[in-house]
Ligand binder design. Structure first.
Ligand SMILES: C[C@H](NC(=O)O)C(=O)O
Ligand SMILES: [Zn+2]
Length: 590
């Protein structure tokens, strides 16, 4: 069997080299389309996708000529197992026309989303970025917010409802062909964790008290701002008042909910504008943080070929920010319609965290150039952003003039981070609860929207501000549904990133409270993180987690430790208040 393993290892090396070239061509075609949406570029992307899927399927076919399951070399077995998992390309074997339809539907839905606009009576039209995003963040006019909220859903979700239904059945057919019960079963397999759903539920329950207390406090502040009469008696918050199109991150309403007035502002957006910040400068700040840890700088190709701003030459692009690996160990890019806001400075770090991961594992075989699990990939940049966001760091880079460290400033600061990280928890959890339900058939097409709002009302405690029905398709108004990007990875990331932050802060000998830790310039912390990132997906994720944190399990303890002072303060604020809401949506809205 020794000689067969030798032959198999050689075959793998060749297959990985060929894969690198095929994936490079695919990424180039996808990039050209995403940064210039035209019919021609769409066809070119489609053809490249077919060629890549054919390649994957053929490689999986050839892999069966080796008795790899009996190999003694566990790394060979792991590589063969990954090469044998072709994902939706399994549908090619059964029915090429169906596979072509499947990928065409995703492109069509993602394009509809990316071209979505809301036009007012005077004919002024706003795109999602930056127009509607700015409006949702800055408007304090109930009906103006409502028009944008409804208009966006009319321009996107409503238009792709039937496409999504067809997509679901084709995607499930592909998953079954690939050996899984349905698409959700396949997506969860990437975590290789038998009781994954139970672990997620457990983590959600542990963080729920934090969310309930934040929700109650924010609701009271919003009632004071907009008037009690606009809030349903069920205890829900109308979904359009949270400063974000999906109510998934509430930091843009910090001014409404600020615990203690008169403290140095934690929102550095005005300062960024005052200093004439450019997108390039925002990316340089992030790049410099990575190199301060001794991690890899963005290569020249990154600066030469990335799209850091929304084009002004009339090209239509996919604005949703993303990071790209071209699998040739040289080309790595970010595509982002960067706005000069603190929100986008955080997103810059998030996307650059993906590229740092690509750079760290670029010497791995192509099959291992992935996150240890998808949640790891989403966590990297956010870990650094937790340090960047501290008042002391913002002062160090000139975005904050003075820092006060009294208790009230600490509460203000923790509130600003909680409005992003805690507010997100139920949304990050429910997105794929809905999608897994759709894929496993427990959520029927005739109830797509009703079941979506049941989850939104139950977990997030937000309700539709106007009547919804089954011609609406509100999940389709969130990028990841039309673009078919799984979402539980962000929920996992929000748990992991605080575990990483706590571990790296210890390594960096940061002895103060966790929420004030800044690992900037700690090459020890950088080395520990880099050594984990280098693994890619070559080892089971508990092993990668252990390399940084010493534990093999996800745990909510770090995020609860980080926010402890805030949770104690919120409990006092909410004393005597009802901090829950009725599970059902307020009837008059659905
Ligand atoms: C949290 C998630 N981030 C991302 O897509 O990069 C989102 O924006 O919904
Ligand atoms: Zn991401």
């Amino acid at each position: 069997i020794k000689s067969e393993q030798g032959r198999a290892a050689q075959w793998l090396r060749d297959a990985n080299d060929r894969a690198g070239r095929v994936y490079y061509n695919l990424q180039v075609a996808r990039w050209v389309y995403a940064t210039n949406i035209t019919k021609f570029n769409g066809e070119r992307q489609h053809n490249a996708s077919i060629m890549s899927a054919e390649f994957d399927r053929e490689a999986a076919e050839n892999a069966t000529s080796f008795a790899w399951e009996n190999f003694t070399d566990s790394d060979l077995r792991r590589q063969f197992r990954k090469i044998s998992d072709v994902g939706s390309a399994a549908l090619l074997r059964k029915d090429k026309a169906k596979y072509e339809r499947l990928i065409s539907l995703v492109t069509k839905m993602e394009t509809t989303y990316s071209e979505g606009q809301v036009c007012d009576k005077k004919g002024t039209c706003l795109d999602l970025e930056p127009g509607l995003t700015r409006l949702m963040a800055t408007s304090r006019n109930y009906s103006e917010l409502l028009d944008a909220w409804k208009g966006w859903r009319d321009a996107t979700g409503r238009k792709i409802r039937d496409d999504y239904k067809e997509f679901v059945s084709l995607s499930n057919e592909a998953a079954v062909e690939n050996g899984y019960r349905d698409t959700g079963d396949y997506w969860r397999s990437w975590y290789d964790t038998a009781d994954f759903r139970d672990q997620l539920e457990q983590l959600y329950e542990e963080m729920k008290p934090l969310y309930l207390n934040l929700h109650a406090y924010v609701k009271n502040k919003l009632k004071a701002k907009y008037g009690e009469s606009l809030f349903p008696p069920s205890g829900h918050i109308p979904a359009h008042l949270l400063g974000n199109m999906w109510a998934q991150s509430w930091n843009n309403i910090f001014d409404i909910v600020e615990p203690f007035a008169g403290k140095p502002s934690v929102d550095v957006t005005p300062k960024m504008k005052e200093l004439n910040y450019t997108p390039r400068r925002m990316f340089n700040i992030s790049d410099e943080f990575f190199t301060s840890l001794g991690l890899e700088a963005m290569p020249q190709e990154f600066w030469d070929h990335s799209m850091l701003e929304k084009p002004t030459d009339g090209r239509k692009v996919v604005c949703h920010a993303s990071a790209w690996d071209f699998y040739n160990k040289k080309d790595f890019r970010i595509k982002q319609c960067t706005d000069i806001t603190m929100d986008d400075l955080i997103t810059v770090h998030h996307e650059m965290g993906h590229v740092e991961y690509y750079l760290q594992y670029k010497e791995q075989p192509v099959v291992y150039r992935r996150g240890a699990n998808p949640g790891f990939h989403e966590a990297v940049g956010d870990v650094l952003a937790l340090s960047v966001s501290t008042p002391t760091h913002l002062k160090e880079i000139g975005l904050l003039d003075n820092v006060t460290n009294d208790n009230e400033s600490v509460i203000n600061y923790l509130m600003s981070i909680a409005l992003d990280k805690i507010a997100f928890i139920p949304f990050g959890y429910l997105m794929d609860q809905w999608r897994w339900g759709v894929f496993n058939g427990s959520i029927k097409f005739e109830e797509y929207n009703k079941e979506w709002w049941k989850l939104r009302c139950k977990y997030q405690g937000v309700s539709p501000p106007i009547h919804r029905n089954e011609s609406d398709f509100d999940p389709g108004a969130k990028y990841h549904i039309p673009a078919n990007t799984p979402y539980i990875r962000y929920f996992v990331s929000y748990v992991l990133q605080f575990q990483f932050h706590e571990a790296l802060c210890n390594t960096a000998n940061q002895t103060g409270p966790l929420h004030m830790c800044d690992i900037y310039r700690s090459t020890e912390a950088g080395a520990k993180l880099g050594n984990m990132l280098k693994l890619g997906s070559s080892k089971p994720w508990p092993e990668a987690l252990e390399k940084v944190t010493g534990t093999r399990n996800m745990s909510a303890n770090a995020i609860l430790l980080y926010f402890k002072p805030l949770i104690d303060w919120l409990k006092v604020q909410n004393q005597g208040q009802t901090i829950t809401w009725s599970e059902e949506c307020p009837i008059e809205y659905y």
